[in-house]
Write a protein that binds this ligand. Structure first.
Ligand SMILES: [Zn+2]
Length: 247
């Protein structure tokens, strides 16, 4: 299969509609061809964007009216007859609304734990696949503009060389169903991946420190962005890195 064939099948591939032989052939091609792989990632990002724009939260007024209905039902005197049709109809309506609420309006943002697992895998993969950086540079004025046009946001790139955390480059990555910026810093022989992406509706939060598969993670939200620092560096120094980055 050449690139042209791949592009024609990429939609079906992304939707998992291909037979095994074609699927594997495309998978193999994407691993070797950066251009087709980029096209595939764009297609996935588009999928993610579509998913996001068709998800809605239940409006507060709907929630209130369900609560009111429930209160009215529970305060109603017990019916003397076994079948009280008014009550039955209301209960059915409420049950239907609840089912719709649970299944249609269920939260779709990946949980922090799922995201943490993804972030750690990204970190490990970046080191294993020898693909730590798309733009190797110690200059924040080179790294920051490199992301222009590749992402729909601009990650804050901060030089921390004098604090002992050398900026060594940046990379495009993918987490939480969206393209994200990965900033790469180094202390001694330890690498820090700092993943940055917009956090929908999340308010500013202080740093949460955790560990997964032997890697330390510090997560915080600020100014509408979500930040995830991950490294095999010890937790104290990783927190020091985060404090310096936030200054
Ligand atoms: Zn190709």
């Amino acid at each position: 299969m050449n690139c042209q064939d791949i592009r024609e099948l990429i939609d079906s591939y992304a939707d998992g509609e291909l037979d095994l032989v074609n699927h594997l052939e495309i998978e193999k091609h994407l691993a070797d061809c950066d251009a087709c792989d980029a096209a595939y990632k764009n297609r996935q990002a588009l999928n993610g964007a579509f998913d996001e724009s068709f998800k809605f939260s239940a409006p507060a007024s709907l929630r209130k009216s369900i609560q009111k209905e429930l209160r009215e039902i529970s305060s109603e005197p017990k019916p003397k007859r076994i079948w009280h049709w008014g009550w039955f109809a209301t209960a059915t309506a409420v049950a239907a609304v609840l089912v719709v609420t649970l299944f249609v309006f269920r939260p779709t943002v990946p949980s922090d734990d799922v995201l943490a697992t993804e972030i750690v895998s990204n970190h490990v993969r970046s080191l294993m696949a020898n693909h730590l950086m798309d733009v190797p540079s110690t200059d924040q004025h080179t790294v920051k503009p490199w992301f222009d046009g590749k992402l729909d946001f601009s990650p804050p790139v901060i030089d921390l060389t004098s604090q002992g955390f050398t900026l060594i480059g940046g990379r495009l990555d993918y987490a939480g169903n969206r393209p994200v910026a990965a900033l790469v810093y180094q202390r001694r022989q330890h690498y820090i991946n700092l993943f940055v992406f917009p956090s929908k509706g999340a308010s500013d939060s202080s740093e949460k420190v955790s560990a997964k598969q032997g890697y330390n993670i510090v997560q915080w939200n600020r100014g509408g962005m979500s930040f995830w620092a991950v490294s095999d560096l010890n937790a104290a120094e990783l927190q020091e890195f985060v404090a310096d980055y936030q200054k």
